[in-house]
Design a binder for this molecule. Structure first.
Ligand code: NDP
Length: 330
């Protein structure tokens, strides 16, 4: 059985030698356990934080232990009354081709209702993050202007479309011309800015947002966010979802002090972790699923094939190689 463990903690950008490919004997399901075959593995920016030995909202990965992430698996043998052979399940599982589980933390997913990989993205953790971060903290009102950084990624591409459904003007920021075209042509964003080819981001955002910025959904932090924050309106809301531009930094980053903007414009800036809105998850999934069925919501995935390519797919998130959700198909 193939397994990927954390070989060493990355310093700066993760490298291939931070991971180790090991083999172990094929696991056997005991009583009240299921044997799972991994089908789709989610790679996510937040895993980078778990590779550090630091206190956070989830414990760090242990050295020489398997890495874990969101996984869709098939039950290939069941000795558990709650699961049958052939069921598909989703859960936070180890980077192993096969593994046993007691069923704790697993939820069944319906392969008829949606493609299995969508349960890792649009109707999974990243879709929930988009919906709940925007609605709970962003408090969108029709006619307002929403700016999203990391806009062509898994979370950002869904945030923008929800913004359009709710009647907002939506402006996305992303790192290639292909991505900005995707945002406008496929996802219906009003404007999209390529931050890698734009010299003055503050100006570009002002031009794309003639009425200023009412909601800034921040996935990246750093310089891009400084430029958006300078364009905030009074009573703007800033859901701080992620800060990928800072996850690999090794020295403290300097930037403008935000307090004067927050005070003088009465801005609400709030970080969040999607799990804190667990009470609203079911409502969010129901809404996202029905928008998908009605074709009001679309999603894109970048699917990499092969178990051995999981670390590479993860590392590629930091190079912007994905459009939409990055998923590895085993
Ligand atoms: P994405 O699908 O958006 O993938 C990451 C993208 O980030 C890349 O494609 C790249 O796009 C962009 N990026 C990478 N490096 C940089 C950089 N230095 N500066 C600017 N952009 C960069 O990932 P997700 O949608 O899964 O996650 C987006 C954000 O949301 C992350 O920060 C993540 O940690 C956070 N998150 C937070 C959750 C929560 O509960 N708070 C839950 C899930 C995700 P480009 O080509 O545009 O640079």
């Amino acid at each position: 059985n193939n397994v990927i463990t954390l070989n060493s903690r990355p310093v700066g950008k993760p490298q291939l030698d931070n991971f180790k490919f090991v083999t172990e004997p094929m696991p056997v399901a005991g009583e009240n356990e299921v044997l799972l075959k991994t089908l789709y593995v989610s790679v996510d920016p937040y895993l980078r934080g778990r590779m550090n030995d630091s206190k956070s909202y989830v414990p760090p990965f242990q050295l020489h232990e398997p890495i874990q992430s969101g996984i869709i698996a098939e039950v290939i043998e069941s000795r558990h009354t709650g699961f049958a052979k052939g069921d598909f399940v989703s859960g936070s599982l180890a980077w192993k081709e096969f593994q046993v589980s007691t069923g704790k933390g697993l939820s069944k997913v319906d392969a008829e209702a949606a493609p299995l990989s969508a349960y890792l993205g649009a109707i999974g953790m990243t879709g929930l993050t988009a919906y709940l971060g925007l609605t709970e903290i962003g408090q969108p009102k029709a006619g307002e202007t929403l700016v999203i950084s990391g806009a062509a990624g898994a979370v950002g591409s869904i945030v923008g479309q929800i913004g359009k459904i709710l009647g907002l003007r939506v402006v996305g920021i992303a790192g290639t011309d292909e991505k900005t075209a995707l945002l406008k042509d496929r996802f219906g964003f009003d404007e999209a800015i390529n931050y890698k080819t734009t010299s003055d981001m503050k100006e570009a955002i002002a031009a794309a947002c003639p009425d200023g910025v009412d909601i800034y959904f921040d996935n990246v932090g750093g310089d891009i966010s400084d430029a958006v924050m300078a364009n905030l309106n009074r009573f703007a809301r800033v859901p701080v979802c992620g800060a990928i531009s800072l996850y690999n930094t090794t020295a403290a980053q300097m930037g403008p002090r935000l307090q004067p903007i927050l005070v003088t414009r009465s801005v609400l800036m709030r970080g969040f972790i999607v799990s804190e809105f667990a009470a609203k998850s079911q409502e969010a999934i129901t809404q996202l699923s029905s928008w998908l069925k009605e074709d009001k919501l679309k999603y894109t995935e970048t699917i990499v094939e092969g178990f051995n390519n999981i670390p590479g797919a993860f590392m590629d998130l930091f190079e912007g190689k994905n459009e939409g959700k990055m998923v590895v198909k085993i």
